[in-house]
Design a protein around this ligand. Structure first.
Ligand code: DAS
Length: 415
């Protein structure tokens, strides 16, 4: 028997049927008809049916006149994975035909041009990947794409979305989309997320956005501004939340009706620009009670140019950190204070520690998420002289700072 065969296995008197999967241990791995995999040590295994050779014929990809042209850039993630039923393995396939085959309804919304930029788990992303991706997006839009879809792992999707928000001025939608469940699972969110993201890619929302489930049900996706979004749960399908902002829009499923929820830049308003330089000598430090101020000194000693502190409450650190902050700012390092509360806005003019921090030269990060402040600081210091960068930290450039603090508190009720 070989991978991909359909077999019957008996384990402690229980009979299992499924596809024989690859296994790296003494366990036999079966993909059951419900899509889940099990590992068993059976007393007996019986061949039911040899695996079917993969069908090599590929459907001619029908391009429909009049449909928008959407470029799909893959970086990894599981949005258009396919289950190869010869082996049962989930293999992220990525060309336009695979996508249309995996999610046929997409072919009714747009014509697709697919490109693999790289194929990595997003926890392995580095700022250099952001630069490469921003350049690829620029090329697609410059080449005439009406919208760009980026398939991306969920772990660091929000970082990439923030980076693209600053690096690109886009006249068309740039939509990042991923999946919390791979395509072989009955609860997979791949197809729904991809369809809703395509609906946004052909819409009037000409910004960098993230499209993922709005609730744990398959009723709608939310469209989050790329510099106001965070992954807030390790595994829920509605893990992504707009923080200190309302989502830009919702997309109902399966109707794919787009409902605008807050103001956004319109298609064609911006001129396409790419400013992809980054100063990678920037760090994000979470303050915790008793944390040694040497954490700051460590980066200053190594020539870092920007430090974001994820402080407590309204943006505070212990008073023992203030001399190191003073030293950093005197050496020309930009030090930005944000809050580990995530929701709300920092204000260092209320308590003594905050006032001492301001006197030491910190810059208040307004209502920015700590990680967005980090990405913004990398981009500012990569494209502006320090004093101009200092001035721009507190200025809203891409929607990363809301004039007044608002947005749904914690996990908002379904829209
Ligand atoms: N490891 C996760 C990542 O690549 C898988 C995913 O969520 O797509 O971010």
């Amino acid at each position: 028997m070989e991978e991909g065969d359909r077999v019957k296995a008996v384990c402690r008197g229980v009979v299992y049927e499924g596809i024989l999967m690859p296994s790296t241990s003494e366990y036999v791995v079966l993909k059951l008809d419900n899509g889940y995999n099990i590992g068993i040590r059976p007393e007996r295994v019986e061949l039911l049916e040899k695996r079917h050779p993969a069908s090599e014929e590929r459907r001619v990809l029908v391009r429909r006149e009049g449909l928008p042209e959407v470029s799909i850039l893959s970086t990894g993630g599981t949005i258009a994975s396919k289950v190869d039923y010869r082996t049962g393995a989930v293999s992220p396939k990525f060309d336009a035909q695979d996508i249309v085959e995996a999610i046929p309804e997409m072919g009714e919304l747009a014509n697709f041009n697919a490109r693999v930029v790289f194929s990595i788990l997003s926890e392995n992303m580095q700022p250099s990947h952001w630069v490469k991706l921003a350049s690829a997006v620029y090329e697609e839009i410059d080449g005439g794409a009406d919208g760009v879809l980026i398939a991306h792992g969920t772990d660091t999707m929000a970082y990439t979305a923030a980076a693209l928000s600053f690096m690109l001025c886009t006249p068309v939608p740039v939509v990042l989309v991923g999946a919390q469940r791979s395509a072989d699972r009955p609860s997979s969110d791949s197809a729904m997320n991809a369809l809703c993201a395509t609906r946004v890619a052909v819409s009037d929302i000409a910004e960098v956005s993230v499209v993922m489930h709005g609730t744990t049900s398959d009723d709608h996706c939310l469209v989050h501004r790329g510099c106001k979004v965070r992954k807030m749960h390790t595994s829920r399908r509605d893990a992504f939340r707009s923080i200190n902002a309302f989502p830009i829009a919702s997309v109902s499923y399966p109707e794919l009706e787009l409902k605008v929820l807050s103001s956004h830049r319109r298609r064609g308003e911006a001129k396409l620009e790419l400013h992809e330089r980054l100063e990678e000598r920037c760090a994000l430090i979470k303050y915790t009670p008793g944390a040694p101020s040497e954490l700051l000194d460590f980066y200053v000693d190594r020539g870092y140019r920007g430090i974001v502190i994820e402080g407590t409450g309204l943006g505070h650190v212990g008073s023992h950190w203030i001399p190191s902050i003073q030293r950093a700012t005197e050496e020309g390092v930009l030090v930005v204070i944000t809050s580990q509360c995530l929701f709300g806005r920092v204000c260092d003019r209320v308590y003594d520690n905050g006032r001492d921090m301001l006197r030491a030269g910190v810059i208040e990060g307004e209502d920015m998420l700590p990680e967005v402040a980090l990405v913004k600081l990398m981009w500012l210091l990569g494209n502006y002289p320090p004093e101009e960068a200092r001035r721009l930290v507190r200025m809203n450039l891409r929607g990363e700072i809301e004039e007044e603090t608002r947005g749904e508190w914690y996990f908002p009720q379904p829209l």
